[in-house]
Design a protein around this ligand. Structure first.
Ligand SMILES: C[S@@+](CC[C@H](N)C(=O)[O-])C[C@H]1O[C@@H](n2cnc3c(N)ncnc32)[C@H](O)[C@@H]1O
Length: 257
């Protein structure tokens, strides 16, 4: 388990940026390599992402995302942005909530993931990154990011962008996995996500899918703690910042502009 002092030391290295996790030396040598590498992992494994995700979540992945999205209050006529949309699961549910009078737009840097999303019949998909959103100020009423906060370069920059593109009273929802606090829970989840899931991914999707799933856990394990994320949201100017936990593992960060 990463120690708090390690995390603090890491965060103090650069007072300007808050990186979600340090560059992990067993995968990448520096930040530029990390950014490129992450995009390649997702590009190469995009066609396997949905089935791995469904197996990993015991079939509850779509259901859980839909429930979490419902809690944002997304409604017909709203303009909804799904950052890091991946294969478009949240975007798909968001388009149902926003209806034909509204808009549901998915954004992701990986062409491979966007290709999978387009196969779900989603008409509004765009290539881009959370840190540089290609939208005017006050464009959206709801913004989500599912299981991707660990991949951005800087939480400060990302949250400033989220605030900028949201309209007043706009809401954000960030879904993440948080390692359990208990030692037993931590070890159980690590065995599951670091060894069992990558093994299944390897059998069904090959070595790239296995690497992606190992990286999935390693970034969870080294991610900054929930307080750092919530503080960064407050510092960016969000109010009503809260975290809802399910099963001690699934974190939903909700905040209002
Ligand atoms: C684990 S997938 C999550 C996909 C989807 N949100 C879901 O709930 O299943 C992470 C996604 O984050 C994207 N991503 C990586 N770096 C990003 C960045 N800087 N900005 C936005 N998306 C990013 C990846 O391309 C990938 O599609």
């Amino acid at each position: 388990m990463p120690s708090t002092s390690n995390q603090n030391r890491f965060e103090q290295q650069d007072a300007e940026e808050i990186r979600p996790h340090p560059v992990l030396a067993s995968y990448h040598q520096n930040e530029e390599e990390r950014k490129q590498g992450v995009q390649e992992y997702f590009d190469r494994s995009a066609r396997h992402y949905d089935w791995i995700n469904q197996i990993m979540s015991f079939g509850s992945g779509h259901w859980y995302r839909r429930q979490a999205l419902r809690r944002t209050g997304l409604k017909p006529g709203d303009r909804y942005l799904d950052v890091a949309c991946g294969t478009g699961v949240l975007t798909h549910h968001g388009s149902r909530f926003a209806g034909t009078q509204g808009l549901a737009l998915g954004l992701d840097p990986s062409q491979g993931m966007l290709r999978q999303a387009s196969q779900k019949g989603l008409p509004h998909l765009l290539q881009g990154r959370a840190e540089f959103l290609p939208f005017a100020d006050d464009s959206f009423s709801v913004l989500t990011m599912g299981y991707a906060l660990r991949h951005v370069t800087d939480l400060r920059r990302t949250f400033a962008e989220y605030r900028r593109v949201l309209s007043p009273n706009g809401r954000i929802l960030i879904l993440e996995i948080t390692p359990p606090k208990s030692k037993l829970g931590f070890v159980a989840l690590k065995v599951y996500l670091r060894f069992w899931v990558p093994m299944v991914a390897r059998l069904g999707g090959g070595r790239d899918a296995q690497t992606l799933m190992k990286y999935y856990w390693d970034t969870i394990e080294h991610c900054v703690n929930p307080e750092t994320i919530q503080n960064a949201l407050r510092e960016a100017g969000f109010r009503s910042v809260g975290r809802r936990r399910t099963l001690g593992v699934f974190s939903e960060y909700l905040a209002v502009k």
